[in-house]
Every structure is written in C-alpha cells, then in structure tokens.
Ligand binder design. Sequence first.
Ligand SMILES: C=C(C(=O)O)c1ccccc1
Length: 359
Amino acid sequence: ASPLFQPFTLGDLVLPNRIVMAPLTRNRATPGTVAANALTAAYYKQRAAAGLIISEGTQVSPQGQGYLNTPGLYSPEQIAGWKTVTDTLHAAGGRIFAQIWHVGRVSHSSLLNGGVPVAPSAIPAKTKTYVADGFADVTPPRALETAEIPGVVAEYAQAAANALKAGFDGVEIHGANGYLIDQFLKDGANQRTDGYGGSPENRVRFGLEVVDAILKVFPKTRLGIRLSPVSPANDTVTSDPAQVFGLFVSELSKRGIAFIHVIEGATGGPRDNVAFDWAAIRKAFSGAYIANNGYTRDLAIDAVSAGRADLVAFGRPFIANPDLVERLRTGAPLNELDRATLYGGGEKGYTDYPTLDAA
Ligand SMILES: C=C(C(=O)O)c1ccccc1
C-alpha cells in the first residue's frame, strides 16, 4: 500500500496513517464558546479513523475570538466541554490536537463587548468575519502596547496547559491565515517600531515567544504550528516570505517541536499564487512536515511517496466525507461539499454526510 496509509510516529505518538484532518471552523459551539454540544463530539467521532485530527481553531482568550460561536479554551466550562469531545474520540480510537488561536485584528466589536480588536499595528484588514447577523467587515484594530505583549503570550501558554486538562493529545499553534501570529510575521500588517517589528528577526519574535512560553508547560513532542507563508488570507501578506519564514522555521527547528503544518499557496485557493521553495522549508525543519492545501488523492500519494511530505492534511474533503481515509484507500468517489452549511447551524452539513457503507 502507498506510504500514505502506513503508520507514522509523530513525536512520541504513533499515527495509524499519514492522513490528517485539517483544523476547520464550523461555528457550532453553542451556546457561546463552549464545544460541549453532543453534535460536536459526534462530528469528531465520525472522523476518528484519521491518522490525526486537528481541532477547529479554539481561542485562547475572549480578546482572541473573531467569529460567532467558535470554542474557547480559557474557562473551566470550555475545558469540560472539550473533555466530552476528547473522551468520545479516544473511546472510538481517535487522536486529536487542539488548535489554539488568537485572531488579532480579524474580529468585530459585537464579539468584544463593543471593544476593538488588537493587532501588531493599527492597520485594518480588508476582510469580513461571521457575526450574529451574518458576515460583516472586521472592526479596525488598535496596536498592542509593547507592555501588553507578555500577557497575550501567556494566554497561549495557559490555553496549551488547558488543552492537556481537556484531554487533547497535543497542540497546534495557529500561526497562519492572517491571524495574530501571522500578523506579526508579515510586514503588510506589522509596522511596529519596537523589538517586535521591522526586521525578520523582530517579526518572528512574537511567534517564538509564544512557542517558548508553551514549551515551559507542554512537551515539544506534542507541539506543532500551522504556517501560511504566501497565503493572502484575511488580507495579510509580506514582502519577504522566503526570508521571514526561512528564519522562523529554522528557529522552530532549534526548539525541536514535533511538526510544521504548511498551507502551500493561497488558503483554499491556488497552490501556485506565489513562487515559493517548499522543499527549502521542509529541509530547514528537523521535525515532521504536514502538507496542506488542495491535495487530491493522487497528489497526496505522490507527495508522501516522493518524500516531499510526511503527512497530508485534508480540510473540505473531511467535512463531506467522515470516512475519507477509507475512500482514499480504495479510491472511492467523494461526497460533494455543501457550502451553504459550512458555518453555523446544526447537524445539516455537519454530522449528516453519508459514509460509503451507508450509501
Ligand atoms: C480559522 C480559520 C482559518 O484558519 O482560516 C477560519 C475561520 C473562519 C472561517 C474559515 C476558516
């Protein structure tokens, strides 16, 4: 069988195959920000055959929330809610890492008690977010004071400690798609004049402080980070992707974390929007490389067989195919994705996609 279906040891965790369920925001943490409804546990349980599941983005604090009904990992209720999910998934033989998330400037005052989002600089993103009455332009942010930054770093570390309590098998730091860490990395969003802005060395500082703070409370063998060097997601770009991500990845490699999860191209879009040397990034990192973005069965089999990736993450295919692993193994056709039920709502488009044997 293709290496895609062979086991892989990630850090100290043996995965039964190299197929990862990518983090997917579904806006179904109701009420509010607690991932406790039975639907969420059922949704993840249906996908337990994945080599590894990475949870939907889970905010590290109230300030870190940018969308309606996304779960948090900063309160006892939220930890207890996620525990019902991880217990259910473990009972079904699955493995799940928590993706911990701070949206930075991609938020809306209606989610922040009338407040404004925080960001590296007071530069509004030309992007929308999902709030109570549908999609809305994000609220222009304020720049974080230098003195506030250690507090935000500590929110990530606390969320990682909470992830352990909530029964997660590991943590993925959300460092991609134009959210807070990515905003610091990219000079289109970060025009600070203190030690956190300007040179690539300064722009990687925030992300590295987050990793170092987490490593004080969390094992490096179970820690990874998602990156999107050339994605324009949420209107966040940089003039120097090769420089800043080459530096960031080599610094991450020195810390010995388990994986980088790389969005190759524009998130959910073209893989060749900007020329980028993915092989150089893979070579610069000592741990595992999870490739993501628009992979088909053939592309995934080829990437793993050719050694360009250790694992491949699938997002939208996992939404529509709870038994994606089986379908990829046998080359079976895939269910169509229903875009109308991606965000918000209930079981429709969440837990009601059929498996092969149900067809
Ligand atoms: C967390 C997200 C990301 O990383 O792009 C997200 C958020 C809202 C809708 C889709 C995706």
